[in-house]
Ligand binder design. Sequence first.
Ligand SMILES: Nc1nc2c(c(=O)[nH]1)N[C@H]1C(S)=C(S)[C@@H](COP(=O)(O)OP(=O)(O)OC[C@H]3O[C@@H](n4cnc5c(=O)[nH]c(N)nc54)[C@H](O)[C@@H]3O)O[C@H]1N2
Ligand SMILES: Nc1nc2c(c(=O)[nH]1)N[C@H]1C(S)=C(S)[C@@H](COP(=O)(O)OP(=O)(O)OC[C@H]3O[C@@H](n4cnc5c(=O)[nH]c(N)nc54)[C@H](O)[C@@H]3O)O[C@H]1N2
Ligand code: SF4
Ligand SMILES: [Mo]
Length: 705
Amino acid sequence: MTAPSGPTIHYRACNLCEAICGLKITVEDGRVTDIRGDEHDPLSRGHLCPKGSALADLHADPDRLTKPVRREGDAWVEMEWEEALNLVAARLREVQEQHGRDAVAVYQGNPSVHNSGTLLSAGGVWRALGTRNRFSATSVDQLPHHLAALFMFGHPLLMPIPDVDRTDYLLMLGANPLASNGSILTAPGMRGRLKAIRARGGRVVLLDPRRTETADLADHLFIRPGTDAFFLLGVLHTVFEEGLARPGRVAGFADGLGALRAASADFSPEVTAATTGVPAEVTREIARGFARAERAVAYGRMGLSTQAFGGLCQWLLNALNAATGNLDREGGMMFPLPAFDLLTRAKKGEVPFGRFASRVRGLPEFDGELPTAALAEEMETPGEGQIRALVTSCGNPVLSTPNGVRLNAALAGLDFMVSVDIYVNETTRHAHVILPPTTGLETEHYDVIFHHFAVRDTARLNAPVFAAAAHQRHDWQIFEGLRARLAGEPGEKRHSTPAARLDLGLRHGPRRVSLDDVRAAPHGLDFGPMAPRLPERLLTANGRADLAPAFFLSDLPRLRAALGEEPGGFVLIGRRGLRDNNSWMHNAPRLARGPDRCTLHVHPDDAARIGAKDGDRVEVESRVGRITVPVQVTPNVMPGVVSLPHGYGHGRSGVRLRVARQRAGASVNDLTDETRLDVLTGNAAVNGVPVTVRLAAPIAETAAD
Ligand SMILES: Nc1nc2c(c(=O)[nH]1)N[C@H]1C(S)=C(S)[C@@H](COP(=O)(O)OP(=O)(O)OC[C@H]3O[C@@H](n4cnc5c(=O)[nH]c(N)nc54)[C@H](O)[C@@H]3O)O[C@H]1N2
Ligand SMILES: Nc1nc2c(c(=O)[nH]1)N[C@H]1C(S)=C(S)[C@@H](COP(=O)(O)OP(=O)(O)OC[C@H]3O[C@@H](n4cnc5c(=O)[nH]c(N)nc54)[C@H](O)[C@@H]3O)O[C@H]1N2
Ligand code: SF4
Ligand SMILES: [Mo]
């Protein structure tokens, strides 16, 4: 693929985050010599962040696994694929034969949705295993968005997307697109898009307990962590009380406006102000400005879903957009129509929620998965259905899920564990076998998921830049190999490849294109901006939208009980850095540069109270654990709130990430609490964790192992 003579240019999209930027990649002598943004990509228009260039580091990383390995004591021994797949299938079947199907659990992490090979083939293995113990990063992330979409519009993927390019008023809560590059909002280059709102005379209002990078482009207000549902009810209260509700054409196919009004009746901004920290007059002014804007949109992300009232927040955001006539219209919240449309075959009226519950705590199932906050207890608690073996794919739950210390210990006690992963990290070091697929520039990839969340409908197929070496396997080959063995099928006869599935999906999709059509357009096909799609796209049983689902109304008493609650000590929230990518890109030399990023942000007043100055090490303690980290004193965090990024904590024994280990940091999820949930949805509340902070003894070190 790479001719030794002269450079070759390759176009493909970055698969690291939801922005799916088009890239222009130069390869010389089998090495990436340049990565820049593809100016001809109709969605990203040349945008690129530092992580995109780091795909070159990932490709060349000497710590990355390319052959299967088996753990023997402290050593990892290479295996042949045939032998490894046979062993894994036999061990998983053995555990299931002895202890039942549910004794094997599955955890799928975030890159699963960034690789079409994994996305389209892993399901075959899960079906062959037939276990109810399936877990994923969804319940540490966007689960409330799915449930708001499900109960309001009829399908978990009918999540409306803010039309940032045509709005005049963006009300944003708990999102930091300047660091994250947008989430459930595929809109590469958010800096330019936000600036454009203001340049056309519009307004961007941001509520966040931290004055973030995004705050520089917005009118920023502090809000107390976990109180956004009160704020949103206060806004809705004002909208109704002051006669500003104008649902417009949505009224023709939406029910529940009256119930929504009734729900907000008790939550005037005057009632909620003390709890949220947002003055009543400010809430009222935002409500008026929002409702009177020609085109407005309210949007909230991680900060609103990974908190104790995540479900209520996502419902209220959608409801506010609908009540003010900003649902399914230009400049408001809209529904993309992707060329590969996962909704094409969806059935009306299906409710994939709560059909079964977790064994120990009775937490609700969603889409065949249980809340990940229950994973450790399901391993530890004896009895029928106890988890004794685990398959992880694309995940690092020891660093990414609440109470990583407890999970870490539980993993060590499993009878068998296999990880489909490219690194020996904090999670996979517990595996008996690691099966490493090709990744990044070696894969053929079509973004099945993120076109569902994009502000513009486009399609592009990403051809491999590098051919897989003879000893490597693609993700789908690994999953198909496992599936066939678990199903007892002889040989490796495939039903269909991911490419064939993509082609089928594209041909039957709303744009009626073939995979070859997409392949022929190296910069992608452009189907234009979002357009109104309701009521046709609704998938509720009665074909109507519900602005006040009983599911959410039933949670209001729990919210009401939290009115006026005062946090005793500090409250811990998370943080994302532009050069971090959850837990797994810290081994890329070009991202590891610069000052330490795993620092605790503390407000100057709070720092003075605990006697800490910049660089001092402090002990942060929660109900579940204690870590030691350096302090960064900054007025950009709300008094009483401290902030620490997730994805660090690479110092554990056996972790083979040489660059990352040099700046190991500590894991915030050694503090987050698996019992703190949005109990309505089962989503983990990793934000808003009560902690104490005190100066550490000068030599104190914690090595969580
Ligand atoms: N406290 C706190 N916790 C959080 C969050 C937070 O904001 N605060 N954020 C949450 C969110 S939004 C998410 S999505 C989760 C992420 O949680 P996880 O998905 O569990 O964690 P990642 O760090 O993304 O781990 C990705 C894993 O995939 C592997 N990998 C990378 N590329 C490939 C590939 O091509 N194939 C395979 N098979 N493996 C690959 C990496 O080596 C790594 O082990 O973390 C959550 N946890
Ligand atoms: N550089 C980089 N980009 C990424 C990732 C990454 O790790 N690094 N991860 C990717 C993934 S998996 C995801 S899911 C997305 C997430 O994308 P975003 O949600 O945009 O990113 P976060 O930085 O988690 O932003 C959450 C914000 O919520 C705030 N917050 C915390 N608690 C509360 C609260 O109670 N109320 C309010 N109003 N705000 C609160 C935090 O201060 C933070 O600024 O980013 C993706 N992009
Ligand atoms: S913003 Fe960065 S990480 Fe995200 S897709 Fe674009 S280049 Fe990749
Ligand atoms: Mo995420």
